[in-house]
Design a protein around this ligand. Sequence first.
Ligand SMILES: *[C@@H]1O[C@H](CO)[C@@H](O)[C@H](O)[C@H]1NC(C)=O
Ligand SMILES: *[C@@H]1O[C@H](CO)[C@@H](O)[C@H](O)[C@H]1NC(C)=O
Length: 270
Amino acid sequence: MNIFYLLFITVLVKYSVGKISGGPRGRFDNKNQRKPNNHYVSAHHAHFSYHPPSVINYMCRHCSHFVTYPVFHGLPPTYVYKYRESGGRFGDLLAGLALYNLGRASAEHWQYTHYYPVRSDEKCSMQVIDRKHFEETKLPCFVMSSFVARSPESFFPDSNALDITSPQIDIKPYLQHNGSSLKITREQECVLWHNTTLNKERNIIPCALLKEYSETMKPSGIPVYVWLPSTLALVTTIYVFCYCLCKRKIRKEQDPVNTGTIIGYCSTQY
Ligand SMILES: *[C@@H]1O[C@H](CO)[C@@H](O)[C@H](O)[C@H]1NC(C)=O
Ligand SMILES: *[C@@H]1O[C@H](CO)[C@@H](O)[C@H](O)[C@H]1NC(C)=O
């Protein structure tokens, strides 16, 4: 009897784990099928969920006090998940940057700042620098939109401006699969570049701060619809097991002659 219960639980757990690792499919699938380009990630690793704290407090390396940073409250757009799930070398930093940028934009004049007027001559990149190390990755400029200096006119309604919260935005996470993801340390500085033909802008952020942002997107735990039935099944099993043991003991004491009867689901063969 108990073996069947254990089997049942095992099957249940196997089935649910299968479901979890499948994740919310279909978000990126169509694109993958049309473009068999290995820069695109599939949704098979899509198992992160966003848990924003009210603010992020961070103390930089040479600072003496914590500074409060704004956090985006809402459902993050698909590209943030895509960076975080990419497992690419810069995935965590770019997911962190995207969330920091959304937080900054929502903290000031949200009705304008979440629209970004994309320019054809702009190029953006992020450099990761410490004393021994230098690496650079390109990124779409809208991911760092709140760091780009804007003229007052650019806040007028513009039908070509990009809504940085749009779920339709697709990005290439620039996967560099040489088997190593970047280790983020407190010594590193992340330098954001916004280069146009006439102008170059630079912003410096501690990479560890971006990591804090990225970590507000956590691997999803086992959901309630999985653990509740499993726990109930386990409790029932233990209950039935103990019940049978008790029954046996009591009957043994009371009526040792009458063996071999079946009472309920406890068979007594001794
Ligand atoms: C922007 O300019 C800086 C400084 O010249 C350079 O290091 C960086 O690679 C440039 N980024 C892009 C995307 O062109
Ligand atoms: C992977 O590439 C980065 C630069 O893109 C390099 O610093 C790192 O050492 C490489 N790792 C391996 C294992 O080749």
